[in-house]
Write a protein that binds this ligand. Structure first.
Ligand SMILES: [Mg+2]
Length: 169
């Protein structure tokens, strides 16, 4: 179930995070979730959560433990999102480094076999998750009005991953 290769997501959702069915997460045995923030929960250019994203997270919270884990250096930005969602958070997480992922999982008292990271980037979110052996879910970026740029970045990451022999579509 867990990917044995770096840069290979366990589950690629070809859509934004809100397209993920909560039951599907449960069925896959996942109980603790590390959520990326920028590009995954909201646009980098926005400070307001979309209503759908807010509702999706609230429903997820009823069954799962959740921790926000962001590479964004702005404490105030990530704190504001965490406060709105009433979730613990780490900013400046330095993904793909693993220290803060492990710290978050320990704080939640999570079983590593039931943990997953959900994010929009292969080279930070997926790689960090792969490195500590947790389930990884790659979602499409939620960025609005910048589709071309996003696709370009995402495709470049996939291309490099495939060159490294890791990514298989
Ligand atoms: Mg992101």
């Amino acid at each position: 179930m867990i990917s044995k290769h770096l840069l290979l997501p366990c589950w690629e959702v070809d859509n934004v995070i809100t397209s993920i069915d909560h039951n599907e997460i449960y069925i896959r045995g996942l109980r603790s979730l590390l959520l990326d923030v920028d590009g995954t929960l909201l646009s980098k250019n926005s400070s307001c959560l979309d209503k759908n994203v807010f509702s999706w997270v609230q429903k997820l919270k009823k069954v799962h433990k959740i921790y926000l884990i962001s590479n964004n250096p702005s404490f105030s930005r990530i704190q504001a999102v965490a406060k709105e969602l009433d979730l613990p958070f780490i900013h400046k997480a330095l993904k793909p480094r693993t220290y803060f992922l492990i710290k978050a999982l320990n704080e939640m008292g999570s079983d590593i076999n039931e943990a997953a990271i959900i994010g929009d980037r292969i080279f930070t979110d997926v790689l960090a998750g792969n490195r500590i052996g947790i389930y990884t879910i790659l979602v499409r970026s939620i960025e609005k009005g910048n589709r071309y740029k996003y696709n370009k970045t995402h495709n470049v990451e996939k291309f490099i991953s495939s060159m490294l022999g890791a990514y298989k579509k």
